[in-house]
Design a protein around this ligand. Structure first.
Ligand code: NAP
Length: 328
């Protein structure tokens, strides 16, 4: 996870849309999945999803270099670029559902290491999607809100991607690979926050770490998004799975805010010293690579699946702030 944004490789050879299958909007009470495999279990989203599913399913989490143990779940080390290991582990586990959260998520690292980034983010994901089909497992792929160029706002699922960097370009290619290999897959574009096992993986943790150490918290006042808490993400995913949704789905907050606003809401919720918060612009930061200035998502489809409005950022942060950090 990275927070400060790097050299653009705009790839125009990317088809603009991915097949979208309209979901059934009827909700069931809960998803009935017996065995769930979650890749990236040591990461921000993966760890929170393992916590969410472990009490009601047989849950297996994969990590790579950061071992993690979560109550009620089995975790194991699998390098997803090792296709042989992946294949034999899947034959052993036989998951009903694979939620694929493992990725190289540092945008700058991907820019500098495009071959490795492709192996992790594209090739390994396409292999997993294909294996999921073979094992009759539902496949969920976590793409990103940053596949858009940011010239618009409140992007809907049918808006054309126009990625500005290697990471985002790889995500767009992977969306296509996944939907070609396994058309019943669910492809989620999102930006989320919450607590992580390392304490360093989310924007929320970055803001709080700086503020609690008495350091200035720089917040972009000209960069917009619609982030969702990991808890609201998990519940939205439940609803999408219960509705047997396939294709692309945007998961975000109901509001569109700047990163400065996000820091302000977070610092207020955690009673931080507000004088530490400083507005800056993306230009002020002197960043190398292109980043979209607005990745806010239209969540109409999600709301129709959930049958209710999705929470605001303030609601989401309040929810996280109201509970003790489960990873401490
Ligand atoms: N954070 C966001 O707001 C955000 C926004 C848009 C999209 N996404 C996407 O959502 C997904 C989850 O993101 P996140 O923020 O939770 O990621 P994260 O915290 O950076 O965690 C990445 C995970 O991937 C694992 N991983 C990396 N390389 C691997 C490999 N070769 N084999 C197996 N596992 C490997 C890591 O394992 P180890 O730590 O054990 O090495 C870690 O568990 C990713 O696909 C990301 O691109 C995230």
């Amino acid at each position: 996870m990275e927070f400060i944004l790097c050299t653009s490789t705009r790839n125009k050879n990317i088809p603009s849309t991915v097949t979208k299958v309209a979901p059934t909007v009827t909700l069931e009470s809960d998803i009935q999945v017996q065995r769930i495999l979650i890749t990236g279990a040591s990461g921000l989203l993966g760890a929170n999803l393992v916590r969410h599913y472990a009490p009601r399913s047989e849950c297996i989490g994969w990590f790579a270099s950061n071992p993690i143990s979560i109550n009620g779940a089995t975790t194991e080390r699998i390098d997803i670029t090792d296709h042989e290991s992946v294949s034999s582990a899947l034959a052993r586990i036989k998951p009903d559902l694979i939620i694929h959260c493992a990725a190289a998520t540092n945008v700058e690292w991907c820019e500098k290491n495009p071959v490795l980034a492709k192996a992790i983010n594209e090739d390994a994901t396409a292999f997993l999607a294909d294996q999921a089909l073979k094992h009759d497992s539902k496949f969920v792929f976590t793409s990103t809100d940053s596949i858009f160029n940011g010239e618009k706002k409140r992007y809907s699922e049918s808006d054309a991607p126009d990625p500005l960097n290697t990471y985002a370009t790889g995500k767009v290619r992977t969306e296509i690979l996944v939907s070609d290999a396994n058309p019943d897959s669910l492809i989620i574009r999102s930006y989320f926050y919450g607590y992580s096992s390392s304490g360093t993986r989310s924007l929320l943790e970055w803001v709080l770490t700086l503020a609690r150490a008495g350091n200035e918290v720089p917040g972009f006042s000209d960069s917009y998004f619609s982030p969702i808490s990991v808890h609201d993400f998990a519940e939205a995913l439940d609803a999408a799975l219960a509705a047997e949704t396939s294709g692309i789905l945007h998961l975000g907050s109901s509001d569109r805010i700047s990163k400065y606003d996000f820091a302000q809401i977070a610092m207020e919720a955690y009673a931080c010293d507000m004088s530490l918060l400083k507005p800056i612009t993306v230009a002020d930061a002197g960043l190398q690579a292109d980043r979209p200035r607005d990745t806010s998502l239209n969540v109409d489809l999600l709301e129709s699946i959930m049958g209710a409005p999705v929470p605001t950022v303030a609601n989401g942060i309040e929810r996280i702030a109201a509970e003790p950090n489960p990873f401490r």
